[in-house]
Design a protein around this ligand. Structure first.
Ligand code: 5GP
Ligand code: ZN
Length: 103
């Protein structure tokens, strides 16, 4: 599959993983828009939030727990979580990812 983020998940493109488990990976954005800018992804290739299907609740619920635990481990007192959905929503890479931004 020709997906940049699937290649990072597969280790074909090296990236400094911040967190990894059976369901998700977390790595720094290559072009950070804040002091801390991480991307939280499901390992499953789902192009956008708009493509979620029955059964994906478990994955996305898990992703939200990771979005809670990673900043806690980094002692971040506050942060923003953002999903860009679709081309018109500013999405450039079509593999679901949650931006975690903290200054
Ligand atoms: P989107 O606009 O799809 O929500 O966000 C895509 C994000 O992926 C952008 O913030 C961009 O900087 C980041 N990005 C693009 N290419 C790479 C890459 O090769 N490695 C990493 N770590 N991030 C990337
Ligand atoms: Zn993918």
């Amino acid at each position: 599959m020709d997906c940049l983020f699937c290649k990072i998940i597969a280790g074909e493109i090296p990236s400094k993983m911040v967190h990894q488990d059976d369901v998700t990976v977390v790595f720094p954005d290559i072009n950070p828009k804040a002091r801390v800018h991480l991307l939280i992804l499901p390992k499953k290739h789902i192009p956008t939030i708009a493509d979620l299907e029955d059964g994906d609740e478990k994955i996305m619920g898990h992703l939200m727990r990771v979005a809670q635990k990673v900043p806690r481990a980094q002692n971040l007192s506050g942060y923003r979580l953002q999903f860009n959905v679709g081309k018109d929503g500013g999405q450039e890479i079509f593999h679901i990812h949650c931006h975690l931004l903290a200054n």
